[in-house]
Design a protein around this ligand. Structure first.
Ligand SMILES: [Zn+2]
Length: 324
């Protein structure tokens, strides 16, 4: 396992959180008459929606430095690594220059990183360490699918840490079973399964999983995989609960299996909605999505735009700058 460079990762997470927090600050700054002047329109060529998002990101990051405005944003490279796409932008400000790399978006000073490749290598290293660390925890979004299930699962892990003899390992099995049941109970009580004619019994994990899997993904093999890991994890937990010869390793195997079953379910569920990204009606590119900007008269406009071909829907006014 790759060791996390704790301080670096923490700094990165802080910066990311700060960027999110800054969106609020930025809106407040715009509302402040001292910052009221809307950003100038670029004149050389219009920016794409992707470039606009990056400009807005850098502006949010440097909200405390109003004398260093963004002057240009240019997409310089696009890399695909481990199934994830990363774009590298060259961002020139009045007094500074940055590489901004997406997914997760972060910025690197060009004083420290001379070339885009240097910055990208560093960025990837950082991302790998973050992903590695994330394996022991779960995203808040995923956890929210069933908070109860995660708490029960954490109980099982805790019980595992204190376990000394067979009965202790059996009680780990009890908690793992409860974790899986909690998720099924939470999910079966939600409106998304209101249309099911015959509802299986609450404890019928296998039939419920069949129903959930059908709702989560249209991909047959993924459904089969999800059902199968749930069945196996369930069988291991139930067996552990009654296993009079249980040793630490038996509990370990069951804990890992349930972790994987819960996590896979949760990620498949939260991912399922996000895959339905709209395609550009003109060129079918998926680099199409919503974007916003300030208009000439300080009004907030929003529209959808394609960063591949430039196609844009008509802008709608969604707000107005305070005091204008
Ligand atoms: Zn297009």
């Amino acid at each position: 396992m790759i060791r996390v460079d704790g301080e670096q990762a923490r700094r990165f997470v802080r910066r990311t959180r700060l960027a999110i927090a800054n969106i609020g600050t930025r809106v407040a700054a715009w509302a402040d008459p001292a910052h009221r002047e809307p950003p100038r329109r670029r004149s050389v060529r219009p920016e794409t929606a992707e470039e606009r998002a990056i400009r807005q990101y850098v502006e949010a990051e440097s909200v405390d430095e109003p004398d260093d405005p963004v002057e240009s944003v240019e997409l310089v490279k696009r890399h695909r690594v481990l199934g994830e796409s990363h774009e590298i932008f060259d961002v020139r400000c009045k007094r500074s220059r940055w590489w901004v790399i997406t997914n997760l978006t972060n910025l690197y000073s060009q004083d420290e990183f001379r070339t885009a490749d240097d910055a990208f290598s560093f960025h990837l290293g950082l991302m790998l360490r973050l992903w590695e660390r994330d394996r022991v925890t779960v995203d808040d979004d995923a956890r929210a699918v069933s908070e109860r299930a995660w708490r029960k699962y954490e109980d099982a892990v805790e019980a595992m840490a204190d376990a000394n003899d067979t009965e202790d390992y059996q009680s780990v099995g009890v908690r793992l079973r409860e974790a899986m049941l909690a998720l099924v109970r939470d999910e079966s009580e939600r409106p998304w399964v209101d249309d099911i004619a015959t509802r299986p019994q609450a404890a019928n994990i296998k039939d419920w999983l069949e129903i959930f899997a059908l709702k989560i993904t249209a991909k047959r093999r993924q459904r089969a995989y999800l059902r199968s890991i749930w069945e196996k994890a369930w069988d291991l937990s139930v067996h552990l609960q009654h296993d009079s010869s249980a040793v630490p390793w038996d509990a370990e195997v069951a804990v890992n299996a349930v972790n994987h079953a819960l996590e896979t379910y949760m990620y498949m569920k939260i991912r399922s909605g996000k895959d339905e990204r709209e395609a550009c009606p003109r060129c079918s590119s998926h680099r199409f999505g919503p974007t916003t900007d300030w208009g000439e008269d300080g009004e907030l406009l929003s529209w959808s735009e394609c960063s591949a071909c430039g196609y844009a829907t008509e802008a709608e006014q969604t707000g107005v700058m305070q005091g204008v």
